[in-house]
Design a protein around this ligand. Sequence first.
Ligand code: SG4
Ligand code: ZN
Length: 258
Amino acid sequence: QTQFTCDHQCNTPEKWNHANNACAGKSQSPINVVTRKALKDERLTPFQFTNYQQIFKGTIKNNGHSVQVGVPHVSTISGGGLPTTYKAVQFHLHWGTNGGPGSEHTIDGEQYPMELHIVHMKQDYTDLTTALSDPEGVAVLGFFYERSNSGNRKYEPIINALQKIKATNANTSFSEVSLTQLIPSEQNLTSFYRYKGSLTTPGCTEAVIWTLFENPIPLSMEQLKAFSDLKFHDGKPMVGTFRPVQPLNGRQVFRSGS
Ligand code: SG4
Ligand code: ZN
């Protein structure tokens, strides 16, 4: 077997099966959620968000395949049908071209313009690598975006920072943000979908409990377009940073009780 190496996208996620056998697994992400087939599960109660409102000064980085922000390991989630408490590690986004379709997950075939992933690991772990060796070690909260006519002021620190990190490996610090300000208010987070899947990039490790919230986050077209100003390593516009949806292979998708 020939060794196939590529950096992240390769820019062709179709080749990932060759790059890494795990990417050809049977429980891959993202998926299309067929809402009429999602089974309502009363155990999927609302989440408890702890220290999500904590304000931090972050470093935002163009890592060559996304924009990523490391988060101090103090914000946690529990409830929501999770087996234990998970702490936030980082967040990043996936988007399309100039505000066009760009989410990784789709709902009844609809692809949203962008998707936020807040990556968490079980509280007792100290690094993601260890967490990924536990089949339930990682919990990613996924949020969709929708175009709105008015801009979202709460995203200004992030959007403004993008202009300073157009080049791959560039990073900058940004003014104070909290996770709370980036997501819908807590009472709008009780409706969500749940399934077991994988990282959406190589190694495609099947160790992720996925949550997809129904209520999208509003951003103006201009704000969405700002992400397309970033550049891949080769200088080409960083657009289409999503993996196509993967087969369910018999997995059940659940929906929250409320
Ligand atoms: C993005 O490429 C992030 O930048 C990666 O973060 C992340 O990998 C990867 O997506 C997969 O995460 O929620 N989409 S996802 O399944 O979080 C990890 C880093 O490269 C391990 C650290
Ligand atoms: Zn992601």
